[in-house]
Design a protein. Sequence first.
Length: 313
Amino acid sequence: MKTRAILVLPLFFMACCPTSAVGENMAVLQESKPLVTRAGAWHTWNDHIHLKAGQDKRSLSLIFTNGVDGRPKFTDLAVELNRKPFATFKNFSGGDKFTLDLTGQLSTGNTPIMVKGFGPSGARLNWKVFISRPEISEVKPDPMSAVDKVTILGKNFSERPEQVKVYIGKKHVKPLNSTEGKIEFMPLALQESSSTNLIVAVSEVKSAPVRVTMRSLPHIKRINLLAAPPEHPVIISGSGFSPVVAENVVTFGKIKAHVISATESSITCIIPNMHFPKWHVPIVVTTNGIHSKERAYIHVDVRLIENEGVPMR
């Protein structure tokens, strides 16, 4: 009769989670390839659990699954972690999965893990390491613009900003500062108006996405006059303006104009009282602190000349 060795586990390694499930706040950090047996023989698989800087401070769980993909199941098992006994087949407790808590037991870098298994031909098992992911509870302001200092509140962030990235859509920025519960950053200046996903990555572990909105960048498409005297109204057409008059600043050269009214696509302002004639006076619209990138020009002169379709430069 064949005898199988039983490993006696130190008590501090027997901390097993009460359930094999992990919540949505956990992400897969690493998983093994399928471990497959041949009938009548013990097999050994050697691997490493790799942690990057900062990941060793997070909650970590190791889940073993027996009979993966509907295949036959292992009938015996012995696991070593960092060359010490860690788990046996008894950990399944009659089920197909068991979960072990690795929190605080691993260091940055590679920790060896060895699995010894026995079972019928084609029996399949695997293991996965889960890590607590960053969680976002609030982003403010929302909507945001490129001149805003944005605050992200949540948990499982980092005291070390170099370990943190903030993704807006497909682009990312480094934070100005961060703590375990708060991150501050400035959005990308070239980010166009859109509703998009914001994700926080800490030591390359990503949070669930949160939907945020970027304010439009101001664009000038047309002015209704090519020439006009000071103190005459001008209508600037475009996009990305603010319907709140005070959030739009229009300058003619370096002189600020009085804005009478505004919508998201149109601003009516008064040419400032300035010395004239002046040719090719640049007009710039600044909305919520962001400058229009197009160049619009007007001649400040006694003549009044309508714009009948002169394209923007």
